[in-house]
Ligand binder design. Structure first.
Ligand SMILES: NC(=O)c1ccc[n+]([C@@H]2O[C@H](COP(=O)([O-])OP(=O)(O)OC[C@H]3O[C@@H](n4cnc5c(N)ncnc54)[C@H](O)[C@@H]3O)[C@@H](O)[C@H]2O)c1
Length: 321
């Protein structure tokens, strides 16, 4: 019997592959470009996407047999949900698989920046031993962290920061509960009172450039910004200026407006900036959980079921009307 084809454009953990191999034929894309997706997608009934491959309206129009796009993680801004829904394609995500991983990454950044680990490491290597007397290392206990977005990850970050003896202020206009902490309806209040501001909201029109020149100016001069959510949330030019002008002490970003980061991206030269390549949610353990859940979503659809973790529920409902 002919096996259904599943498009895979970026590596996924072997546990997910193992679930699929006996049941489907995997079509590995050699790169994450649109041209390649357009070439290969026509025959495929399923696709597993990570963050880089873009399934826009053009790719989806070429995907005549596609029934399901399983997006790893919870972000899905690389998939045109309306185009997928119009074509009757389920788009699924893998909620709950990397909350702990991202929250731990944020803690690593709070501790790493607060203790100046990244710079001290460089200092030793460059023979600047007496940077050990730098006055910039701080105690984390007693400091305030402002958590913007109190969803799954924001809550996990808040819990861990409390355990470190930090004060936690949360801002989320759509808060649904889940953690006992001081909340504010005023983002400016959070920015002004936090030693660390960490972003955990989705990329939607409302959150675009929510951290901009004005909001950075409200932060403490010894304050740090952390973005592990989506690059769209931060005006990158304003961030570079704030770092160069010492408006804030430092920043750490795992996500960028354009990924992968281009070699001439000015962020690469910004001072006091720690960068990672969108890997906060990627650990050995989370990659297993993510790949298994994405593979299960594909198999659910292939066996005629409605998958559990659909993210275009609303758009599909509109199409059904
Ligand atoms: N860097 C990584 O590897 C990685 C991994 C996983 C998730 N993420 C990103 O982390 C972010 C958070 O993920 P999550 O699973 O916690 O999502 P979630 O949906 O559980 O939580 C998002 C929260 O943001 C809140 N929110 C919405 N608009 C807001 C606004 N204007 N101001 C403040 N809060 C607002 C929502 O009410 C919700 O509580 C997402 O952007 C996701 O894409 C990144």
């Amino acid at each position: 019997m002919r096996k259904s084809k599943v498009f895979v454009s970026e590596p996924i953990n072997q546990k997910g592959i193992d679930l699929l191999t006996s049941k489907v034929e995997l079509v590995y894309a050699p790169d994450t470009s649109n041209e390649t997706a357009l070439k290969l997608i026509g025959d495929c009934e399923g696709a597993i996407l990570r963050a880089t491959t873009v399934f826009n309206a053009e790719v989806i129009a070429a995907a005549k047999k596609l029934k399901v796009i399983a997006r790893t993680g919870v972000g899905h801004n690389n998939v045109d949900l309306n185009a997928a829904s119009e074509a009757g394609i389920y788009v699924t995500i893998t909620p709950g698989t990397n909350n702990t991983s991202v929250a731990e990454h944020v803690l690593a950044l709070i501790l790493g920046m607060g203790k100046q680990l990244f710079f001290m490491n460089k200092a030793v290597r460059e023979g600047r031993w007496f940077d050990r007397f730098s006055p910039f290392q701080i105690d984390i206990a007693g400091k305030t962290v402002g958590v913007v977005g109190l969803g799954t990850i924001g809550i996990e970050v808040g819990k861990r920061c409390k355990a470190l003896g930090m004060y936690v202020i949360g801002y989320d206009p759509y808060y649904k509960g889940g953690i006992d902490l001081q909340r504010t309806d005023d983002l400016d209040f959070l920015l002004e009172h936090s030693d660390f501001v960490t972003l955990h909201c989705p990329s939607v029109p409302e959150t675009k450039d929510m951290i901009n020149q004005k909001s950075l100016a409200r932060m403490k001069p010894m304050g740090y910004l952390i973005n592990t959510s989506r690059g769209d949330l931060v005006d990158e030019t304003a961030l570079i200026e704030a770092l160069e002008n010492k408006t804030i002490k430092g920043a750490a970003i795992d996500v960028f407006k354009d990924e992968p980061v281009a070699p001439d991206n000015p962020l690469l030269k910004a001072p006091n900036l720690i960068m990672s390549p969108h890997c906060a949610g990627s650990t050995i353990e989370s990659n297993e959980r993510i790949a298994v859940m994405a593979a299960q979503s594909v198999l659910e659809v292939f066996s005629g079921k409605r998958p559990k973790h659909i993210c275009n529920q609303k758009q599909l409902a509109v199409q059904d009307e």
